[in-house]
Design a protein around this ligand. Structure first.
Ligand code: SAM
Length: 578
């Protein structure tokens, strides 16, 4: 396409979601999260190399895109599908994206691919998709040199007054039709989501309901997702449900020193108000079906289900669905369980490859035994609300391993608790890449299950959940929490360090769990996840496929495979999801 021509840049847009979905499918692009990038790619292709370069330069000049000056990215997918240019060097072409037409010169294709690739790998402003970025900018190109202005339909900048009348004149009817189609589609989507919400609630056994909401786009209910309430045993797995011990307490809180947790070598996990009193990394043993106590026992929390009403909502910054709370949640409260299909290591390896290729992350390794990972929870197909909980580098949920009727130490229930007070309407998140700092252990290792475990050689496993619970947060506590602590002081009971979870304390360093017991991760990631504490270290971390990074000896530069850019938007964002 010559620059002097009128450019009719019709990229697929939301007014024709079905068409866009088909285009994405044809291009092997994920319809939800990669769509915006795909649209940018299409746009850049249509603009041609020099205009694309100019547009991107403008975005860079305006500070919307920050290039990593010295970084040489080499995307995993690129290498698989590299073309050769005339000089025999490798040409980066992203596998999941369509190639430019053959009629384009190879050098032009290469330039656009390079620009796009750089765009793909660069940090973007928070809460803004690449397409939104582009629409902010004047896309008139080469106007000075031609009689007719250049018109880019669908990407016209709202502030470009010169162009607007022409655009409106030529596209008025088209635009009305689009609006109508969009409205119709929106109604269909809302109806489908309402239907899905009803189905979810019909299956959901938690006391609190689930709401579904999409104010962001035209995405309907997800395909290939089946709602479940409890772990589902995968092939060849048996989940025992018959605890070998139970307590005889009349009042479990008063008799906590001999109740279930103590019998298993751990601490009674909850206050009277059923909020956590133990630090992260502490194995939680609730009273089980052998115990004499009733359903109101303070040591029955997770088993009573999710109490807070939550909403599965569509995020507006390319993270797909997310979950927000529709009620205020106090720190230490149980929020939800991460359930899915319990599968073997081998099966997880197999499925992980598929998820990796799709950029999906649903595998939660129960590898608290530091290297041995007998089971993984896969919430990709079978799952509950937690299937939709996104990652944040500054999460408001933390993970604890909880045992109730299944006392096999290798099969904790993965439970998400509030790391701080959470406001109504806040998105719920946890850290997929939780890493533990073993040097800050607050409890000796290997405390648990000497009595309860049917698998004796696993008794010394560290089951810490590996998620931070910040003691620098607002430490406001409830009257209940305080009175509980007072009560224990009065009875001469030692107040432990972790009581600061609910006591007003002066700011301290964040505490870390002892080791990375469990993590949602790329299945093929190494067992010991490296810390990705900041962007600089991220480059030195292992790649998503678990291999160590390669060093290009010729150039002396480190190269890295594709990593998913984190869009959590937190001030402490580590930049990459994995
Ligand atoms: C467990 S799922 C969460 C639900 C997901 N958003 C959905 O729509 O189904 C994990 C996936 O969500 C997306 N995601 C979650 N947190 C993200 C983040 N902070 N930044 C970018 N993508 C994120 C990624 O695609 C990731 O593979």
């Amino acid at each position: 396409m010559e620059e002097n021509e009128i450019k009719n840049l019709q990229v697929q847009c939301l007014s024709d979601a079905a068409g866009l979905q088909r285009a994405c499918q044809a291009a092997n692009v994920r319809f939800s999260s990669e769509t915006n990038k795909f649209l940018v790619y299409e746009t850049l292709q249509k603009l041609g190399p020099s205009a694309a370069q100019r547009l991107v330069s403008k975005l860079v000049d305006d500070g919307f895109i920050k290039w990593e000056e010295d970084e040489t990215f080499e995307v995993e997918f690129i290498l698989d599908h590299a073309d050769e240019d005339q000089h025999g060097s490798k040409l980066p072409v992203k596998r999941s994206l369509p190639k430019m037409k053959e009629s384009y010169q190879l050098s032009k294709r290469r330039k656009v691919d390079e620009i796009f690739h750089k765009l793909w790998c660069s940090p973007m402003p928070e809460n803004m998709s690449p397409l939104q970025l582009l629409t902010l900018h004047n896309l008139r190109i080469g106007v000075e040199n031609v009689d007719k202005p250049v018109v880019h339909k669908g990407l016209i900048p709202s502030h470009n007054r010169n162009m607007r009348p022409k655009f409106l004149a030529t596209t008025l009817n088209y635009s009305n039709v689009k609006k109508k189609v969009y409205r119709q589609k929106k109604l269909e989507v809302q109806a489908a989501l309402k239907d899905w919400e009803e189905k979810l609630n019909a299956i959901n056994t938690d006391p609190a309901p689930i709401v579904v909401e999409n104010d962001a786009d035209l995405e309907g209910p997800p395909d290939n997702f089946v709602y479940i309430n409890d772990y589902r045993a995968g092939e060849g797995i048996e989940i025992p449900q018959d605890p070998i011990i139970g307590c005889e307490c009349k009042n479990c809180l008063d008799e906590r020193k001999s109740c279930c947790a103590a019998a298993c070598g751990s601490e009674f996990a909850y206050y009277k108000n059923k909020r956590l009193r133990v630090p992260q990394g502490t194995p939680v043993y609730e009273c089980n079906k052998r115990c004499k106590c009733g359903p109101e026992c303070p040591n029955r929390v997770v088993q009573n289900g999710r109490k807070f009403k939550v909403c599965i909502f569509r995020t507006s910054n390319a993270r797909g669905w997310g979950v927000k709370t529709l009620q205020r949640i106090k720190k230490g409260s149980f929020v939800m369980e991460y359930v899915g299909e319990v599968i073997t290591n081998e099966e997880a390896e197999r499925r992980g490859k598929i998820y990796d290729a799709e950029g999906r992350t649903y595998l939660f390794d129960l590898d608290y035994n530091d290297g041995d990972c007998p089971f993984t929870v896969d919430a990709g197909y079978y799952g509950n609300v937690s299937h939709f909980v996104n990652h944040s580098c500054e999460p408001n949920l933390v993970v604890y391993g909880v045992w109730i009727n299944t006392l096999d130490p290798r099969l904790p229930r993965i439970c998400l608790f509030a790391a701080r007070d959470i406001n109504k309407g806040e998105e719920l998140t946890f850290d997929y890449m939780m890493t533990g700092d073993t040097t800050q252990s607050q409890q000796p290792m290997g405390l648990f299950l000497p009595l309860c475990s049917p698998v004796k050689d696993a008794c010394n496993n560290d089951i810490s959940a590996g998620i931070r619970i910040s003691t620098t947060e607002d430490e406001s506590s409830t009257a209940n929490d305080i009175s509980d602590i007072k009560e224990r002081k009065n009875t001469g009971e030692k107040i432990e360090e972790w009581d600061s979870l609910v006591q007003p304390v002066k700011p301290a360093s964040p505490t870390f769990a002892r080791s990375s017991m469990s993590k949602i991760c790329e299945r093929s990631s190494p067992k010991k996840q490296p810390k990705m504490s900041d962007p600089a270290t991220a480059e030195n971390n292992s790649r998503a496929d678990g291999e160590e990074k390669k060093t290009d000896k010729l150039q002396g530069q480190s190269k890295m495979k594709y990593r998913m850019i984190c869009q959590c938007g937190s001030a402490k964002c580590r930049k990459y999801l994995f």
